[in-house]
Design a protein around this ligand. Sequence first.
Ligand SMILES: [Zn+2]
Length: 80
Amino acid sequence: MAATYYVQECPTCGRNLQVRVEYLGKRVVCQHCKAKFEACDPSSAAYPPSESSLSLLARADQLIESATRSSLSTITRSAI
Ligand SMILES: [Zn+2]
């Protein structure tokens, strides 16, 4: 499985945290200062509510799947 983390700066202590993508839009706790804040991916233009973060994950899965499939067919072709 590909890494499903993104880096978000803690709004309280300013340290970079690795936040699981599945926590997007949810409240997370900073490991350093224990501050609670809402997880949001700053690299995405629109702040994703929980529904669209699911479709983002689905899109990523499709990309991985198609990449896997194309490399698989290459292997199959060269094997034959
Ligand atoms: Zn913090």
